[in-house]
Design a binder for this molecule. Structure first.
Ligand code: URA
Length: 202
């Protein structure tokens, strides 16, 4: 049975959804991609679905998210803050195709890709979501706002199958670029850990 998400009809299983993303031409980004970067990790109710912005050059070549410097920093952050290795993860992006030159995705590109993200969440059914950066936060929560206003609290994403807690923090690429916000990310990871520790085991 196809899933109707955000007015778009998309396949109702993860493999077909991935195949649909691979041939998607709903926005101009398809012209510049080597391949769509759909997602990677534990697909059956992981503790965390981590949602970034868009694939970078390396991700676009390899076909997997977070293969570059931001992904390496993210792993270090998870290990240092104690979130890993005790949790399972699935990684995806708000935008599935690389914007050329690493430019910020446009509004129409974000909107075109959102049904894929929503359908992906519905298939994966993560126990919690960690959103990296303002762009993915705005797309997922449909809430405009400075990242400072979105972090340090637990949001709720309402999926067809139920409500999912959402924690928002800075994108690791922002840490790499500016080196600020480390203390904030550290606090957000503690919030994420507390959320996991307080969640009932399945
Ligand atoms: N690579 C990704 O897959 N996502 C990001 O947000 C950044 C780099």
């Amino acid at each position: 049975v196809p899933a109707v998400v955000g007015h778009a009809i998309l396949p109702a299983d993860l493999d077909s959804l991935k195949a649909e993303a691979a041939r998607c031409t709903r926005c101009g980004l398809h012209a510049g991609r080597h391949q769509a970067v759909f997602g990677n990790g534990q697909t059956a109710s992981p503790d965390w679905m981590v949602i970034g912005e868009a694939p970078g050059d390396h991700d676009d070549q390899v076909g997997l998210p977070f293969q570059g410097a931001a992904g390496r920093l993210l792993q270090l952050i998870f290990e240092a803050s104690g979130l890993a290795p005790h949790a399972s993860f699935y990684y995806a992006n708000a935008i599935k195709c690389r914007p050329r030159g690493g430019r910020v995705p446009r509004k129409e590109e974000i909107e075109a890709c959102l049904p894929f993200l929503q359908a992906q969440i519905e298939q994966i059914q993560p126990r919690a979501i960690l959103v990296l950066g303002w762009l993915a936060a705005e797309a997922l929560l449909q809430e405009k706002g400075d990242i400072e206003q979105l972090r340090e609290r637990v949001h709720t994403y309402t999926a067809p199958h139920g409500r999912i807690p959402v924690v928002v923090t800075y994108h690791p690429a922002a840490l790499l670029l500016r080196g600020r916000h480390k203390a904030q990310v550290w606090r957000d990871m503690q919030l994420a850990r507390q959320l996991k520790d307080s969640a009932p085991e399945s």
